[in-house]
Design a protein around this ligand. Structure first.
Ligand code: 0R9
Length: 635
């Protein structure tokens, strides 16, 4: 029998606190939270490798819902801790214990909260740790959210070193969730880009998929990967520099697209909300180009400078800074924004110098980029003019007349509550117009195919009827002139059928919003409606199921013989049905589109929209299941 003394009670209380409020420690108990557990353990392995020990990480997803993460570092120390417990027991049962052991100047471990392995243990029904160190293999096992099932003991001899952690998440906490091979692969690939010495292997035992990531040229390979399938204007430019102990590493490349894609990291942790380093980088680039065009007299006329957005059109860049822990400052709710002031000036001056040199040394490339930036400048000015005209009610051109015919506006104007439904096809549009609450819901039926925004210039975008209608209806401009506060709607909701065509339109619209109205997504105002997949009738009782699980649940909870029909398209639903199932704010389910990971979203869009058919087919086959839930939640 295990004896509980005062300290073990305290420990259990600590872990119990995690189980009571998991959200406080890992953000949420949905799929994102579940994966957070993996990142916590993987980050420990990555820390060890960054500190110079080991070069290999292996992740295995088991068919029973458990996962194993292994590294070939030194192995967690197996000696006794001053508390009388073994070091691994302390690490895996005491909150924040890992922090006390952190070594080195750079705090490298990532994760949203950085709370460590004990939190993972607290939220697992089983955890098993194998340590290869000092010529022996040691094992400790936990159960039921961190209770010691078997204390550290020797289980064999080995001259290898490393740590192997296997855990079974407590699925009573993470309900209806499972590990996603794709999500784990995407994150591991990113880590492999940032740490060129590491090899990361991911294996899914159930689907028999496996992959190995290793990149000798780190950030350069990262940029090449993002730009895969695009036409590039030059070889990847790679530079770095150090000042006041802050190390700046950058890889960048221009493409012939209209997209800007800057991804930044600090100590290998993604800074999703940018921060001082990104600001410095952008200022450095803008200054370098403006100096170059000025010195070479390349822009005629009075207004002869570029806006930052002009010189970033078509630019893909990955920035990684190493900052000593003492100078680290993060801001924002999710701590995803770098606040360290020196990072700005240091990144700016290094970027400015290197880009200036690059432009001077590569005249032909420089002129190509300048020409592209000039086009952006012209288009930007045209877009602003068009926007001003639209605002002042001028320029009643053909498109706008068209627009007024198609849109069924809400009867009251209130950008804080109004909703705009972008609906596929006229017949669904008709049902939606009749079924809606006209006070605050507007319907815009879309005809034909939305153009592919990734491969189209601003000028062409402005000419496309569908897109033009959307821009004018939302009324907040586009591109760098988009002002989210001006949006006539609080929610823009994409409502398409749950089939291949519907998905295609969704992706095209998402690409458009991602490219031209990104702040709308960042403000959490873009949604995807979720129509039901099945209608289940028991005589006079009707149910709607939005997933297969829900369908089974409804059938298991009712008696009698159900009449189950796979849902018809939106257009075939009658207005009441559409209102009840998909549009009524009290009963509907909406998926909020979020871009947590711009580079991956960009990559997906690129694979899906690029010229190459093979990668697109592969990606769709591997990742798109037409149940709506997962595919388009750009996370
Ligand atoms: C499979 C996932 N890997 C790990 O969780 C992992 C943790 C870890 C580790 C050390 C080596 N490898 C590891 N893998 C380690 C760290 C230190 C000294 N020796 C070994 C050190 O930081 O000084 N540890 C992480 C924390 C600790 N070890 C401990 F020291 F706190 F126990």
């Amino acid at each position: 029998m295990t004896k509980y003394d005062e300290t073990s009670i305290k420990i259990l209380e600590g872990l119990e606190a995690v189980r009571k409020r998991p959200g406080m420690y890992i953000g949420s108990t949905d799929k994102r939270g579940l994966h957070h557990l993996v990142w916590e353990i993987v980050d420990n392995a990555i820390d060890e490798i960054i500190n110079g020990y080991g070069n290999y990480i292996k992740i295995v997803l088991h068919g029973d819902g458990s996962i194993t993460i292994a590294d070939n570092g030194r192995g967690v120390p197996i000696g006794m801790h001053e508390s009388g417990k073994s070091t691994p027991e302390v690490i895996y049962t005491i909150l924040h214990a890992g922090g006390k052991f952190e070594s080195g100047n750079y705090k490298v471990s990532g994760g949203l909260h950085g709370v460590g392995a004990s939190v993972v243990n607290a939220l697992s029904s089983k955890m098993d740790v194998l340590i290869y160190r000092d010529g022996v293999i040691s094992n400790i096992r936990f159960t039921d959210g961190g209770k010691v099932e078997s204390p550290l003991k020797k289980v064999g001899d080995s001259n290898k070193t490393g740590t192997v952690v296997t855990f079974m998440p407590d699925y009573t906490i993470f309900k209806n969730c499972s590990f996603s091979y794709t999500t784990i692969c995407e994150r591991m690939q990113e880590s492999a880009f940032l740490i060129p010495s590491v090899t990361i292997e991911v294996i899914d035992e159930e689907s028999k998929r496996e992959v190995k990531y290793h990149y000798d040229d780190g950030l350069t390979n990262f940029v090449e990967y993002i730009n895969d399938g695009k036409n590039t204007l030059h070889k990847v430019l790679n530079f770095s520099g150090t000042k006041n102990d802050i190390e700046v590493n950058v890889a960048l490349q221009y493409t012939d697209t209209y997209n800007e894609n800057i991804v930044s990291f600090v100590n290998n942790v993604k800074t999703s909300d940018g921060g001082t380093h990104e600001v410095g980088f952008k200022t450095g680039i803008t200054k370098a180009f403006n100096d170059y065009v000025k010195n070479n007299n390349l822009i005629k006329g009075k207004d002869n400078t570029f806006d930052g957005s002009d010189v970033r059109e078509g630019l893909t860049a990955v920035i990684n800074l190493r900052i000593p822990e003492a100078s680290l400052q993060f801001e924002g709710q999710t701590k995803g924004k770098l606040g360290t002031p020196e990072a700005r000036s240091i990144t700016e001056s290094i970027t400015y110098e290197k880009i200036k040199f690059f432009l001077e040394e590569n005249k032909e490339i420089a002129l190509n980029i300048v020409e592209k930036a000039l086009k952006s400048k012209v288009a930007r000015e045209a877009a602003r003019k068009a926007r001003e005209e639209a605002r002042n009610g001028k320029g009643k051109n053909k498109l706008e007349k068209n627009l007024s015919g198609k849109l069924a506006p809400a009867t009251t104007k209130n950008g804080k509550i109004n909703e705009l439904f972008l609906v596929e096809g006229d017949s669904a549009g008709g049902s939606a117009k009749s079924g809606r609450d006209r006070k605050f819901q507007a319907i815009l039926p879309l005809r034909g195919k939305v153009i592919n925004a990734e491969k189209t210039s601003v000028e062409e975008i402005l000419k496309n009827e569908e897109i033009n209608t959307i821009i004018h209806t939302i009324g907040a401009g586009l591109g760098s002139d988009f002002i989210v506060e001006d949006s006539a709607y609080d929610k823009v909701i994409i409502m398409t059928d749950a089939d291949v065509d519907g998905s295609h339109i969704q992706i095209l619209l998402l690409t458009f919003f991602y490219r031209f109205m990104r702040p709308l997504i960042e403000a959490g105002k873009l949604y995807i409606a979720k129509p039901p997949l099945y209608k289940i009738d028991y005589g006079k009782k009707h149910f709607y199921a939005y997933s297969d699980e829900e369908r089974y649940k409804i059938v298991s909870e009712n008696t009698g013989k159900p009449d189950i029909s796979r849902n018809k398209g939106l257009g075939e639903m009658n207005p009441d049905e559409l209102w009840d199932t998909t549009m009524n704010p009290d009963t509907r389910t909406l998926i909020r589109v979020n871009i947590n990971d711009a580079s991956l979203a960009e990559k997906r869009v690129n694979v899906l929209m690029g010229d190459k058919v093979e990668p697109r087919k592969e990606w769709i086959e591997e990742n798109i299941i037409f149940t709506m839930e997962d595919n388009y939640r750009v996370e």
